[in-house]
Write a protein that binds this ligand. Structure first.
Ligand code: ZN
Length: 137
């Protein structure tokens, strides 16, 4: 009758091996991470803002001003960190969404249960270890 039953026949109950307690532990981590990441993004954005405004105080161009390249480097570093942090933030948000639904803890590629130990280390994991390696290559 349901789509879920089609994909995970009889093993569904054993496959989704997370207990209610485990789900709560992981949810607490994700919520925590969500908050911290949000704060970190805000901090990075204000850092970038101050790098930008301090650049405006430098009257000469980057090539010849000794301060220029440093600021440009700092700015590109911060931008890179900010981008990565935003990607991480999206991972957390979608993990919380999966936790609210029923797909959390199951590998998005092979459908196997992701071990709790892995989820504990990386609650936002979308794949089991094996698939994560394949996906990232
Ligand atoms: Zn997998």
């Amino acid at each position: 009758m349901t789509d879920i039953a089609e994909q995970q026949p009889t093993a569904a109950s054993t496959k989704a091996s997370l207990s209610a307690d485990q789900r709560e532990i992981l949810r607490a981590r994700l919520v925590d991470d969500h908050e911290q990441t949000l704060a970190f993004i805000a901090q990075l954005e204000s850092d970038l803002e101050s790098i930008r405004s301090s650049r405006q105080d430098v009257p000469t161009d980057d090539e010849h001003d000794p301060e220029g390249p440093t600021l440009a480097f700092e700015r590109s570093q911060s931008t890179a960190v900010l981008e990565n942090t935003k990607v991480h933030f999206n991972d957390i948000v979608s993990a919380i969404e999966r936790l609210d639904g029923n797909s959390y803890g199951l590998c998005a590629r092979c459908g196997e249960a992701i071990p709790f130990a892995r989820l504990e280390a990386r609650p936002y994991s979308r794949y089991c270890v094996e698939c994560a390696e394949r996906v990232s290559h």
